[in-house]
Design a protein around this ligand. Structure first.
Ligand SMILES: Cc1cc2nc3c(=O)[nH]c(=O)nc-3n(C[C@H](O)[C@H](O)[C@H](O)COP(=O)(O)OP(=O)(O)OC[C@H]3O[C@@H](n4cnc5c(N)ncnc54)[C@H](O)[C@@H]3O)c2cc1C
Length: 304
């Protein structure tokens, strides 16, 4: 229901109008402006963490907006460079925000915009990771990542363990230099394509993790799940990987103590920092992941 509401303008109006809605939104989102994101990145770095900054937005509706998203990323990267923080902060990009859904030429135009963002990232001394969206976009996103890696080998991509295809996709991405962020998947997907049972999603996550840890690439273990974090550590040891040859990733505002604990233990921990005014879809996916967040939010609606 929440994932459906993530696409509903009426539900969005209700969230924005709720008096305690914004404080809860701010738990997961750095703020609406670039400066808010830069401030959070600084705070994370002081705590020994890394960042991946996401300018919020998806399913961009026109070319002008897609160009504006590209320009925002380039400006953000220039600011990270100027602040001297680009060494510990990369950016996460959704192809649909860059216009991949805009007609038959959309994927090609989005790739061109992603290329401009990769150029800005390379100039700043950092990299881009392509976020993964709904299952209809998987092939295009993997193809775009492969195309970008030709000129920008550090470009990362996300694989979702909820998808039945992901183990095979993992096997294609085990070569040296390949940066793969492994997640469970945040979208409601149909049974023919995706595991519906959480335990199956977790088992697939472990199988993929084993492949990635034994492969030659750079695994990015993106989960808050304590069991999977422990499994990742054990698999890294078994594969003879030193700590800096993989990293953990978590979302801003979720399990912050665990982020700091892992960093204090010598692990590389990267926090995904979303910012921007188009926060609604992202926020609803975070509510959908955890009943406690939803309960808190519903109580806030009751205070209207
Ligand atoms: C860095 C990063 C990048 C991501 N990029 C993508 C992407 O590109 N595409 C995509 O589909 N998905 C992405 N995701 C989301 C991911 O797919 C999951 O939906 C999300 O991480 C929740 O799954 P989990 O692995 O944390 O496990 P879960 O089983 O959902 O959660 C495990 C535990 O983590 C804590 N937790 C989890 N979620 C929350 C929450 N919202 N609020 C509070 N506590 C919580 C709880 O303690 C929970 O018991 C990303 C996640 C991370 C961490």
């Amino acid at each position: 229901m929440l994932l459906a509401a993530a696409r509903s303008p009426a539900a969005r109006r209700a969230v924005v109008a709720a008096p305690l809605g914004w404080p809860l939104v701010r738990r997961f989102i750095a703020g609406e402006d670039r400066e808010d994101a830069l401030r959070v990145v600084d705070q994370l770095i002081v705590r020994g963490l890394h960042a991946s900054v996401d300018h919020l937005g998806e399913d961009t509706a026109d070319e002008a907006r897609a160009d504006a998203v590209r320009d925002e990323y380039c400006a953000l990267l220039a600011r990270l460079d100027a602040a001297g923080t680009a060494g510990r902060a990369e950016v996460s990009v959704k192809l649909s925000a860059l216009g991949s859904g805009l007609g038959t030429g959309g994927p090609r135009a989005a790739l061109g915009r992603a290329r401009a963002v990769c150029e800005a990232a390379a100039a700043a001394g950092t990299a881009v990771t392509l976020d993964m969206e709904g299952h209809g976009t998987t092939d295009d996103t993997l193809a775009a990542a492969a195309a970008l890696r030709v000129d920008f080998p550090a470009t990362g991509v996300v694989l979702q363990s909820c998808l039945r295809r992901t183990e095979a996709d993992c096997r294609e991405l085990l070569r040296e230099g390949s940066r793969v962020r492994l997640v469970k998947g945040a979208y409601a997907e149909p049974p023919g394509i995706a595991f519906q049972d959480k335990a199956e999603v977790d088992r697939c996550y472990v199988r993929c993790l084993r492949l990635l840890m034994e492969g030659h690439g750079y695994p990015m273990v993106a989960t808050h799940d304590p069991r999977l974090i422990a499994v990742a550590g054990a698999l890294a040891v078994r594969a003879g990987r030193p700590q800096r040859s993989y990293e953990f990733q978590m979302l801003y505002g979720i399990r912050s103590e665990e982020q700091r604990r892992l960093a204090a233990a010598g692990e590389t921990v990267r926090v995904y920092v979303p910012y921007g005014d188009d926060w609604y879809g992202y926020f609803m996916r975070r509510l959908a992941e955890r009943p406690a967040n939803l309960a808190f939010f519903l109580r806030s609606l009751g205070h209207r």
